[in-house]
Ligand binder design. Structure first.
Ligand SMILES: Cc1cc2nc3c(=O)[nH]c(=O)nc-3n(C[C@H](O)[C@H](O)[C@H](O)COP(=O)(O)OP(=O)(O)OC[C@H]3O[C@@H](n4cnc5c(N)ncnc54)[C@H](O)[C@@H]3O)c2cc1C
Length: 374
């Protein structure tokens, strides 16, 4: 089949990868550079969804996606490009890195202990509750105001830019084409999509996958499809921190700190509803630093090296939209993964690829239809 994809972030590139693997004729339209928005600037934390019932569709999707990440780390090695002039590198910086979810008050402690209790019995995930003092051998520099932490052993990290680019490079080797153009409309003929429109005219397609991140709703509005996907700005600062890098990733409230392959400590984040403004701000920098210093006082002496901002595509319930039922036949929507778009990217891509070709997705995505919002 001939399939067009709008958007060269992780959702679009993973869809292209799985479609070309199955032998389809894929053209991906990206108006900027590949991975030049959230998919190139995210933290890249891959933390399984914990605390829900075992059959919770989001939990199932997230566990399946982490399995795909593991597979991709093997399949794509050798396809990854370098990061902005670092001279290349043949891997995705995919690694297992346990997480410590730090707890500051009794209410949070109670809820984390409940989560721990859930896994203490069935051992499906290696999750442990550690009192202050029990995690000092893991990271001794955490503030003594922290009451305890949930230790999540099966957590991972990846370089989201390298992963997105590697997915695309593999898709390209399998025959996909990149068109560096703004898609202005999706063409429809007799209630079925017939292609995408750019300033060069219409490129015909049997199916069109909208993977345009927070810009997806604008694209879909042209088809009379209302998709509640909005931008949520997030900022990250990169610090040159003294001493050895923490061996685990550290999470508290909506914030985090983790040492990345560039040798810097990446610290975030913000959740800002400011439309499509993706500029960095001093206010966000100061808030992120003060939150981090409260949890890790040694960061008082760290040096700010870089600050980035980008827009997460979010939906009202925080779960993605993976749908082929809304709008004209042949339209597939794959977006809205919010703060977990890198983690969910591979499962969203494999499911969207199946939906675009009329096949059954390998994971049940019926809970992620657009219709749930109507
Ligand atoms: C600070 C921050 C930290 C994050 N950390 C994590 C994390 O640790 N773990 C995790 O799992 N997730 C994380 N995320 C979330 C993740 O980055 C996003 O959910 C994910 O990258 C979204 O990918 P996407 O492909 O849907 O959208 P995008 O990456 O936004 O890609 C959409 C693409 O579509 C293109 N486009 C839009 N309209 C058009 C058009 N009309 N024509 C052509 N092209 C078009 C855009 O140019 C863009 O390149 C983080 C996000 C932020 C902001």
């Amino acid at each position: 089949m001939k399939i067009s994809i709008v958007g060269g972030g992780i959702a679009g590139c993973s869809t292209a990868y799985y479609l070309t693997q199955a032998g389809h004729d894929v053209t991906l339209f990206e108006r900027d550079s590949l991975a030049s928005h959230a998919s190139g600037f995210a933290l890249g934390g891959l933390i399984p969804s914990i605390g829900g019932p075992p059959d919770d569709p989001y939990g199932v999707l997230s566990r399946y996606s982490i399995e795909l990440h593991r597979e991709l780390a093997e399949q794509l090695t050798g396809h990854a490009g370098g990061r902005r002039g670092d001279g290349g590198g043949g891997n995705l910086d995919f690694l297992r890195k346990p997480s410590l979810m730090l707890v500051k008050d009794r209410a949070e402690e109670e809820s984390m202990r409940r989560v721990y209790g859930q896994y203490a019995e069935d051992h499906t995930l290696d999750i442990r509750w550690l009192n202050f003092g029990e995690f000092s051998h893991i990271e001794a520099r955490i503030s003594s105001t922290v009451l305890g932490a949930l230790y999540v052993s099966e957590a991972y990290e990846v370089d989201p830019y390298k992963l997105t680019l590697a997915l695309w490079q593999a898709a390209e080797q399998q025959g996909a084409r990149l068109v560096n153009r703004v898609v202005t409309a999706i063409a429809v003929s007799r209630d079925r999509v017939s292609g995408v429109v750019t300033k060069d005219g219409t490129t015909g397609a049997d199916a069109v996958v909208v993977a345009a991140g927070p810009w997806s709703s604008e694209m879909l509005a042209g088809l009379g499809v209302s998709a509640p996907v909005t931008p949520l700005k997030g900022q990250i600062i990169r610090l040159d921190a003294p001493g050895p890098p923490p061996k685990v990733s550290l999470w508290w409230d909506h914030d985090y700190a983790t040492a990345k392959a560039d040798g810097l400590l990446w610290v975030g984040t913000t959740e800002e509803e400011v439309g499509f403004d993706d500029s960095t701000t001093d206010a966000a920098r100061d808030r992120i630093i003060s939150s981090a210093v409260e949890m890790l006082p040694y960061l008082e002496d760290a040096e700010l090296v870089q600050q980035t901002a980008c827009l997460r595509p979010v939906t009202p319930d925080g779960a993605p939209i993976i749908d082929a039922e809304a709008g004209p036949d042949g339209l597939v929507i794959v977006t809205g993964a919010g703060r977990q778009g890198i983690m969910l990217g591979p499962s969203m891509g494999i499911a969207a690829a199946a939906l675009a070709t009329g096949a059954e997705p390998p994971v049940d995505v019926s809970a992620f239809s657009l219709a749930r919002f109507s």
